[in-house]
Design a protein around this ligand. Sequence first.
Ligand code: AMP
Length: 297
Amino acid sequence: MKIIRDKESMRALAITEKAAGRRIGFVPTMGALHEGHASLVRAAVAQDDVSVVSIFVNPTQFAPHEDLDTYPRTFEADCALLEELGVDVVYAPERASLYPDGYATYVTVEGLSEGLCSLSRPHFFRGVATVVTKLFATVLPDRAYFGQKDAQQCAIIKRMATDLDLGVEIIEMPIVREPDGLAMSSRNRYLSESERHEALRISAALRKAEALLAAGERDAATLLRRVRTEMAPLPVDYAVLVDAATIAPVTRVEGEVLLAVAVNMGSARLIDNIKYKAPVTPSASDRLKSEESVSCC
Ligand code: AMP
């Protein structure tokens, strides 16, 4: 496994691999790796010719009061795990090389970057979209893997890859959870034992919503009321039901929806979600048409 620190060497390797006809699979991370990251890495190792994992704690997605300086950094352990998973390249650039003095260019994805996480973290998605664009420009991936855990981020990256003609296929991978249901996150280590226990209300509330959806509940207000009741008394930042692709709020469950929540637990901000695709029920006119086609045969 190669560890590359400078963007020139990373780009040169990517150009050589692509010239040889090999497809590059890419997993961008901020390190402090856990099984959630590992699931993305396994997919890249299995599906692509060359697997690249970046480890970079991106300063432009942190506000001044946030945890940039204290964000967990476990580089040695991360590399050991990635080596075990069969990764070809770890790309870990220096902060100053990605954002030198005079840096002035940012990527903003409109619409999708409003609401949900951006209400309490207005700087966040501009920082994510910018760094992902920069990493794509260096790693030159054919496919890039992101987790549904950060569903709004995933929708933004998909939109951005399409809008900017980046030529990268974005693969969204399912949420990996602890055995008791808590969604894995590098920030879970900020939780005290009692907060960790209380946090189980989040996944339990989402499971309840899933059961209601499966039983046919389609009213957003009813579903969200139930989710909030199940999560009480946790300090909820938001609980929303939105269209999974556009992140626009919906009042009824139609097509694919995202039920997403964020909770502030001590110094950790926990996010979690479920997606649900409502089965398509044939409309009256569809039924009539199919009856007509049967009767005329
Ligand atoms: P991060 O290091 O937090 O920036 O995350 C890097 C990637 O791992 C992102 O695409 C996340 O969505 C994904 N990820 C983080 N936690 C999980 C999880 N529990 N399950 C699946 N993917 C995850």
